[in-house]
Design a binder for this molecule. Structure first.
Ligand SMILES: Cc1cc2nc3c(=O)[nH]c(=O)nc-3n(C[C@H](O)[C@H](O)[C@H](O)COP(=O)(O)OP(=O)(O)OC[C@H]3O[C@@H](n4cnc5c(N)ncnc54)[C@H](O)[C@@H]3O)c2cc1C
Length: 325
């Protein structure tokens, strides 16, 4: 077995952001092992995706193309990838982004090859040793691959920085692989692809974010964080309970079922730091947390922590920001 494969996913005709994060994880593995890195794109017509991938620091791009891959199906993807892995020199590691689609088919692909999927990887050490979070992030588990086939992993959103996939001026070689898929092998009928509602707030590109959690207690208290956000020139975001309660619109939710953000500054106010929230913001360059509980998990990812009552700390911070301007 040789080489590292990264299977990229498409979103509205372009390689998705979390796929670039998976590629960054693949580049880390390739650097650690000295193995070549191959990006895989899949579909009925993949030229555009292949060109995007070939411009990154990869040794090769493989277009896995077939008319029956025009729409995603678990069977189609499983059959196509299994054939490709078995026909070409099998890779040491196959990396996927941890998306709903990957959760749907990658465990089946791994099982067909007598392997398991090490899912939701948040860090990779030499070895390679893959780290996953357990018990809502309270424990970290380290995993080594011991099977005789390729090691299959999926990487969690936000765990590997999207800036990391280096680009190159020389486009990588692009090869094609045509799997042999029969219509009868596809047991599901794909529906219309899911499309998220149009978002008017793009938290993903905001450089400064003030994010508020249940510590704010009630909607009437929101103006104190809105004032801080205004003083900093920051976007306002929230944890899920705030949006579930309708105190702020859903499009301002950060986390696994909200937006993934990576601002220069993420100021978390009264947010405990549940894993579903952390996956959406831990790629931020600087995290500041205000929480009255010194043991709140948010402090584990915070660069700066203020243990205190947000109703005292936030107004004081707003005044300090205004005074500094
Ligand atoms: C499938 C699924 C998907 C999910 N998706 C998301 C998601 O996308 N985003 C998300 O955020 N959550 C998500 N969740 C919910 C998540 O598990 C947590 O419940 C949620 O993040 C908790 O929000 P919180 O931190 O605001 O509230 P809490 O956990 O209640 O924390 C409130 C914090 O405020 C602090 N606090 C209280 N009073 C004060 C005060 N006066 N001053 C300072 N600090 C104070 C407390 O110490 C506490 O740490 C999801 C859950 C599931 C099951």
């Amino acid at each position: 077995m040789s080489g590292i494969f990264v299977v990229l996913e498409e979103r509205e005709g372009r390689v998705s952001r979390i796929s670039w994060e998976a590629l960054a994880a693949g580049q880390l593995l390739a650097t650690q092992s000295g193995e070549p890195l191959t990006a895989i794109v899949m579909g009925a017509s993949t030229q555009q995706l292949a060109n995007e991938a070939a411009a990154k620091s990869v040794s090769k791009v493989i277009r896995v193309e077939h008319p029956l891959l025009a729409r995603y199906t678990s069977d189609g993807y499983t059959v196509a990838l299994q054939q490709m892995i078995q026909k070409l020199a099998p890779p040491q590691v196959v990396v996927f982004p941890h998306t709903y689609q990957v959760r749907d088919f990658a465990p089946a692909l791994a099982a067909r090859m007598n392997e398991v999927l090490i899912s939701d990887v948040v860090a990779i050490d030499n070895g390679p040793v893959f780290t996953r979070q357990l018990l809502q992030g309270r424990l970290a588990g380290n995993y080594r691959h011991q099977g005789s086939g390729p090691c299959f992993i999926s990487v969690q959103a936000g765990a590997f920085r999207v800036e990391e996939p280096g680009t190159t001026s020389n486009a990588a070689e692009i090869a094609a692989f045509t799997p042999n898929i029969q219509p009868a092998q596809i047991r599901t009928k794909p529906g219309e692809p899911f499309r998220g509602s149009a978002q008017t707030v793009d938290l993903g590109s905001a450089p400064l974010i003030v994010s508020v959690g249940r510590g704010i207690k009630e909607a009437d208290n929101l103006p104190i964080v809105q004032e801080l956000a205004a003083a900093l020139g920051a976007e306002l975001a929230a944890s899920r309970p705030i949006c579930d309660n309708g105190w702020l619109p859903m499009e301002r939710q950060v986390g696994s079922s909200g937006q993934t953000v990576s601002p220069k500054l993420y100021l978390a106010v009264g947010i405990s730091g549940a894993i579903q929230h952390l996956v959406g913001m831990k790629g931020s360059q600087c995290i500041v947390a205000i929480n009255k509980d010194p043991d709140a998990p948010i402090f584990e990812v915070a660069d700066y922590g203020i243990v205190g009552d947000l109703f005292e700390v936030v107004p004081a911070l707003t005044e300090a920001v205004k005074a500094a301007k």
